[in-house]
Design a protein around this ligand. Structure first.
Ligand code: SAM
Ligand code: SF4
Length: 456
């Protein structure tokens, strides 16, 4: 069914180089870059443990598994090449930290496991999910994976444990997959498509993560990617705009080319138009096949969350807590019954309201009265700007409004990446070698010896 809002909005918003879209994107980007750099910074934390939960608050549990079989040049998440690491020990530490969180009095009904690659050791992953279910009344587990793990050995172990599986594909185009260092390890576009077709029926929802506006992605490639999504049987897809950060800029440029944001709005329109006969927007960048579903991303829920694992973030009562990015320090902290938290940042009312505004705009079926209500009508200038550029029409969020929320999210994630870059400074030199793509050469060139073995 064609989405009504899409069909109504597609024509007025449509021109390839809409000056309003271009200008509002630039103004918003400059403003948010300033804001996020001011607020998304870190100071050392003396917290021994996270604060206790507050009555009446709902929390999501996030688990971070920072290992990958190959490193993608655009990615600034906390992740290490997995060669030679003692992954079992890391999962054991996660379970210890989970027990600590339970002893603080936290309870969770939803669990999100992200990475890195959570399915890197499926037996350990299953043990960890089982413990979470034993400690907390978990209704729903969401988990990220990579295409090479959509095989019977993994899928059969996960199908009754994980309700929502999210697989990173980025593009089905073989040349782009090679540039992203994903072809060799995760397979060709055709092989990936086959694996998704096999895995999708085993889960309540299988989401496919895609990236648009990759430097060498043409309109034809994007359209072909969308057709493959439709043919894949996946129930959900997320199209992220390519986001850069200082720590990946060089590697990204060297392996994939220079990022050009001028095409982003045009590509966003193509994605919305081409998906609209089978998918409807669930958030500004996630689309679901047929009926309404819930959003997968833990950060998009707007709720407070507790993050465990190296490089995980927790957001509790207006304060962001960051776990150490160093595997070695994480191990030492957890084994001495300490906390993985090494840094924190508290936010005043205004930045908290701006975060609320961004999350509200990002959701589906948003209207101006709702946005005014959740922001207490305190963000007058921001709302005036959004109204003036056409983000609302008859109080309803337009496609341009949704795109501007993608721009806001992109800048927010750039700020989060900045925090990650700061946090990565705590890495020991040998860890850094296994985490940072300095020179893109190809698979296995990041870390020729299993250096991380010495960490545990
Ligand atoms: C961090 S990965 C973790 C799961 C898994 N390893 C994977 O590659 O999908 C989750 C998703 O984040 C998205 N992502 C990571 N870095 C990004 C970037 N710089 N720009 C846009 N999307 C990005 C990719 O779509 C990726 O699939
Ligand atoms: S995008 Fe690539 S490097 Fe980043 S977590 Fe996924 S597989 Fe690992």
């Amino acid at each position: 069914m064609v989405n009504k809002q899409n069909s109504q909005r597609s024509h007025p918003d449509r021109p390839v180089t809409s000056p309003i879209a271009f200008l509002s994107e630039r103004i918003l980007t400059a403003y948010l870059r300033y804001e996020t750099h001011q607020y998304l910074t870190l100071s050392a934390s003396n917290q021994k443990h996270l604060p206790a939960p507050q009555p009446g608050h709902a929390y999501t549990l996030y688990i971070h598994v920072p290992f990958c079989e190959s490193l993608c040049p655009y990615c600034s998440f906390n992740r290490f090449i997995s060669t030679g690491t003692k992954i079992e020990q890391y999962f054991a530490n996660l379970r210890t930290e989970m027990r600590q969180v339970a002893s603080l009095g936290y309870s969770f009904t939803s669990l999100y496991i992200g990475g890195g690659t959570p399915t890197i050791n499926v037996e350990e992953l299953v043990k960890t999910i089982d413990l979470a279910r034993a400690l907390f009344p978990i209704n729903e587990v969401s988990c990220e994976t990579n295409p090479n793990h959509l095989i019977p050995e993994v899928v059969e172990q996960l199908q009754n444990k994980v309700q929502r599986l999210s697989v990173g594909v980025q593009s089905f185009d073989d040349e782009l997959l090679k540039e992203m260092n994903r072809f060799e390890k995760f397979g060709s576009g055709e092989q990936i498509l086959e694996k998704i077709r096999y895995a999708a029926p085993h889960f309540l929802s299988l989401n496919v993560d895609m990236i648009f506006n990759l430097p060498n992605q043409t309109e034809e490639i994007l359209r072909a990617d969308i057709e493959k999504i439709k043919a894949s049987g996946a129930q959900q897809t997320t199209f992220y705009p390519l986001m850069s950060s200082p720590s990946v800029e060089k590697a990204l440029k060297k392996s994939m080319g220079k990022v050009n944001n001028d095409r982003e709005w045009y590509f966003y329109n193509i994605i919305n138009d081409e998906l609209s006969d089978q998918f409807q927007p669930l958030s500004s960048w996630t689309f679901v096949r047929g009926a309404t579903e819930i959003i997968d991303e833990y950060i998009a829920s707007g709720d407070e969350y507790v993050g465990i694992g190296s490089g995980a973030f927790s957001y509790l009562d207006g304060t962001l807590y960051v776990n150490t990015f160093s595997l070695r320090d994480y191990q030492a902290a957890i084994q001495s019954n300490g906390s993985g938290v090494t840094a924190e940042q508290s936010y005043d009312r205004l930045p908290q309201l701006r975060y609320t505004l961004m999350m509200a705009l990002f959701g589906r079926n948003v209207d101006l009265p709702f946005v005014r209500k959740v922001t207490n009508s305190e963000l007058f200038i921001e709302l005036l700007f959004l109204k003036l550029v056409g983000a609302f029409h008859k109080n309803k969020l337009t496609r341009l409004g949704r795109y501007l929320s993608v721009v806001m999210m992109g800048e927010f994630f750039a700020g989060v990446n900045n925090v990650r870059d700061i946090a990565k400074k705590s890495l020991h030199p040998d860890e850094r070698r296994c985490a940072v793509v300095n020179h893109y050469k190809g698979l296995n060139d990041y870390c020729s010896v299993p250096i991380l073995r010495s960490l545990f």
